[in-house]
Ligand binder design. Structure first.
Ligand code: DGL
Length: 270
């Protein structure tokens, strides 16, 4: 049994950490497309083609179930993949839905009509491609009414993280939060809608100020994956060996991953 985790680069490691902790017996194979990050400034066709290539590589590792630990790929490519490309004996799941279910206080599979929820003013921080896809607002509208979402495309943040420049990443986060607060001065909740951003969760929380509940995906996705595997054990693939694959330079990517996660991670060439 093995499960694949895909991201454009290092961000999906935040999801990897949570799922590996929640499911210690499952070998995870991680694929970071660092050579092509960031995805957030690419067009939908490009994101679709790169994501399909990464997912195929994970299938070749015996991972019949792949989690797109990337909001940009989940927003810009997942629907098309599921409708036109994924064969019946494989599954590709995204990271959006568990987050929106948490925000709208829903259990998995609750498809009842949209209803009023506690939060009314939500700040969404995500990549330019995720923001322009409006996938978050679309998924939210299926489940909740009367929620005002203000989205901030956080240009440059993923690039800074991928380059290992924490100071620049933090400065950019502060300026994106300020820009959002000019349009929505008092959000009740903030969504970190990019799996790179939990690496800067403290900076987001400080800039937003107390009283804003910050939602990030890692633990929500881990719970939802545990639940999925219990319900659909046939998608535990045949792979046995956990590994970290990258399309980038394995040495450089390993060093940056280690810097951000603060424990050693060894990547190999994809
Ligand atoms: N971690 C991806 C996401 O969640 C990164 C996007 C990018 O490569 O720009 O959106």
């Amino acid at each position: 049994m093995a499960v694949g985790i895909f991201d454009s680069g290092l961000g999906g490691l935040t999801v990897y950490e949570a799922v590996a902790k929640r499911l210690p017996d499952v070998p995870f194979v991680y694929y970071g497309d660092n050579a092509h990050a960031p995805y957030g400034v690419r067009d939908a066709d490009d994101i679709f083609n790169l994501t399909c290539a990464g997912v195929e590589r994970l299938w070749a590792e015996g991972c019949d179930l792949v989690i797109l630990a990337c909001n940009t790929a989940s927003a810009a490519a997942l629907k098309r993949m599921q409708e036109t490309w994924v064969p019946k004996d494989k599954r590709v799941l995204g990271v959006f839905v568990p987050l929106i279910e948490a925000l709208t206080e829903r259990q998995w599979g609750d498809n009842s009509p949209p209803r009023e929820v506690a939060v009314k003013h939500v700040a969404l921080f995500a990549t330019p491609a995720t923001v322009s896809s409006r996938a978050f607002q679309r998924e939210l509208a299926f489940r909740a009414i009367g929620v005002d979402v203000e989205a901030q495309p956080c240009g440059g943040v993923v690039d800074a993280i991928e380059a290992g420049d924490e100071m620049l990443a933090e400065a950019l986060v502060r300026s994106h939060v300020e820009a959002l607060k000019r349009r929505m001065p008092h959000p009740e909740a903030a969504i970190l809608g990019c799996t790179h951003y939990p690496l800067l969760e403290k900076t987001f929380a400080e800039a937003l100020g107390s009283g804003v509940k910050v939602y990030s995906q890692a633990n929500l996705v881990a719970e939802s994956l545990a639940d999925y595997l219990a319900r659909r054990p046939e998608f535990r693939g045949t792979g046995k060996t956990p590994k970290f694959l990258t399309t980038g330079d394995p040495k450089k990517v390993s060093d940056k991953a280690t810097q951000f996660l603060r424990h050693r991670i060894e990547f190999e060439a994809a």
